[in-house]
Design a protein around this ligand. Structure first.
Ligand SMILES: Cc1cc2nc3c(=O)[nH]c(=O)nc-3n(C[C@H](O)[C@H](O)[C@H](O)COP(=O)(O)OP(=O)(O)OC[C@H]3O[C@@H](n4cnc5c(N)ncnc54)[C@H](O)[C@@H]3O)c2cc1C
Length: 474
């Protein structure tokens, strides 16, 4: 019998794969990855259709975390392209650079609008100086930083489309998600008092030649070469406890046979609330907490076009409520190798919950609705469309509803209680993370398992000192 430490990784997205790959470099550790789908990659997957390579929404690889880019470049080799980033915002019939530049705001907005934006910012700035209060919600945070006028024109409709009602959302979402500087900082940059910094907007980023899904595919290949065992298309049924710690995982394999595998440690990267289904003996409080937290879903509608590229930038945000979607992006702008010559693929993405009427629409209803809304943008005509269809993905966006933090902490307290489970990643740790941060979390989870016997004990401290400092950079 092997006396290696056995680690079970739940979920084969970037977080789980990174943990598995890093652990696989240690000959004293045996790694098993459990994934419900028949393929790896989670949100970072790509797929092929009619000669096109398509992602699950636009993905760029950009990081501010030391060491992550070097390691990813080693993994991806020369298939990792460097791209100059371009992103726009479309408002009142005009395209703007994003984050907004004050020069553009002053020249492209009608003069009375520019004056209104600056005046409303002035009011917020004065209030902050006189009596700065802690923002109660997402709306407060943005108004304090940018003023009411920009909030109502851009941030409020955008938040409604992406995250839900901004008055019900915790300000932490804005801290993590809005890296754009406030207007004071923008003015300082304009006057050259302060340099534009790369923590606010990525000037360039990396992208794999044949789709973002090459990243998880590479991680899988390398892990498998080092002996990691992948259990794909399985249903994880239970995490069984012995003396208060997880001692085995019960799962149904592809043929429907129930199996059990003993384990020493668990890296948990599947949706956080699922833990309540997997451990029957959890307390009522943990169960309640798991019912409170939720994710929003994403719909991506794809137009495969016989056309030259159609967008003015790699992706464009559409805050106005006349558009149901929040963003358009174009795969060929990320990599020209993702479409046949003379063709391009447009992705329309937006989020919703189960009750949203668009979630229940079939492809022809949704296609008609979107074509109608796209018409005034004059990007393409119907005769250029080779094929159009949607993909729907459940559980993409953690909802930072006010009150979520204490619930998430309640579930995380299982790390100390059980001592051999680590919550990690976007779904597993309920974090609004990008893939570079997931990669870092996966590696840190592996290091923690290598060096510690009771892995859950110190994980909270690492989260606090490292993961809670992550910020999303547009
Ligand atoms: C539209 C969109 C755009 C994005 N853009 C960017 C970007 O530009 N740059 C960037 O770096 N990041 C971006 N991200 C974020 C990035 O996709 C995620 O941070 C990352 O993919 C999360 O990885 P993960 O492994 O934590 O989770 P996931 O990728 O969700 O992996 C979890 C895995 O667990 C599996 N699973 C779920 N339930 C079970 C179960 N019960 N049993 C077994 N397996 C299960 C899932 O199938 C999945 O494979 C974007 C995300 C979205 C939605």
């Amino acid at each position: 019998m092997s006396n290696k430490k056995r680690v079970v990784v739940l979920g084969a997205g970037v977080t789980g794969l990174s943990a598995a790959y890093r652990l696989s470099q240690n000959p004293d550790i045996e790694v098993h990855v459990f994934e419900k789908e028949n393929e790896v990659g989670g949100l970072c997957r790509s797929f092929q259709d009619s000669g096109f390579i398509l992602d699950y929404g636009p993905h760029k690889f950009y990081t501010l975390i030391d060491g992550v880019l070097d390691e990813m470049c080693k993994i991806m080799g020369d298939s990792f392209l460097t791209r100059d980033k371009s992103q726009n915002l479309y408002l009142k019939g005009k395209y703007f650079d994003f984050p907004l530049k004050i020069t553009e705001m002053l020249t492209k907005f009608p003069p009375h609008k520019s004056a209104e934006i600056l005046a409303s910012f002035g009011v917020s700035a004065a209030k902050n100086i006189k009596n700065k209060t802690e923002p109660k919600n997402y709306e407060d945070f943005i108004i304090q930083k940018f003023g009411k006028s920009l909030y109502t024109q851009i941030f409020e409709p955008m938040a409604n489309k992406m995250f839900g009602n901004p008055r019900q959302l915790d300000p932490e979402l804005a801290r993590v998600r809005i890296s754009s500087p406030g207007l004071v900082s923008v003015i300082k940059q304009l006057l050259s008092i302060k340099k534009v910094d790369k923590t606010i907007s990525a000037p360039t980023f990396h992208y794999p030649k044949y789709g973002f899904g090459m990243i998880p595919d590479r991680l899988r290949e390398k892990s498998e070469a080092n002996g990691v065992k992948f259990h794909l298309g399985v249903k994880v049924k239970e995490l069984k406890l012995t003396q208060g710690s997880i001692s085995s995982v019960a799962f149904e394999d592809k043929s429907g046979t129930l199996q059990t595998l003993s384990c020493d440690d668990v890296v948990y990267t599947i949706p956080m609330q699922t833990i309540a289904d997997l451990i029957p003996s959890l307390s009522a409080e943990v169960r309640q907490a798991s019912r409170f937290i939720s994710f929003r879903h994403t719909i991506v509608y794809y137009y495969l076009l016989k056309s030259q590229p159609v967008l003015p930038a790699m992706w464009v945000f559409y805050p106005e409520s006349r558009f149901r979607f929040g963003r358009l992006s174009e795969m060929t702008k990320f990599s020209p190798y993702t479409a046949p010559l003379g063709h391009t693929a447009l992705m329309v993405d937006f989020t919703c919950d189960d009750l949203d009427p668009t979630w229940g629409m079939d492809d022809s209803q949704l296609g008609e609705l979107l074509l109608d809304q796209l018409k005034p943008l004059k990007l393409f005509t119907r005769d250029k469309v080779i094929k159009s269809f949607s993909k729907r993905f459940r559980n993409f966006y953690p909802v930072y509803r006010i009150g979520y933090q204490e619930r998430v902490e309640k579930i995380r307290s299982l790390e100390k209680e059980l001592s051999n489970i680590l919550f990690a990643g976007r779904l597993g740790d309920f974090n609004y993370n990008n893939s570079d941060q997931c990669f870092d979390m996966g590696y840190k989870a592996a290091e923690q398992i290598e060096k510690s016997r009771e892995v859950g004990q110190a994980w909270g401290e690492i989260r606090h000192n490292r993961f809670e400092k992550y910020r999303i950079v547009d």
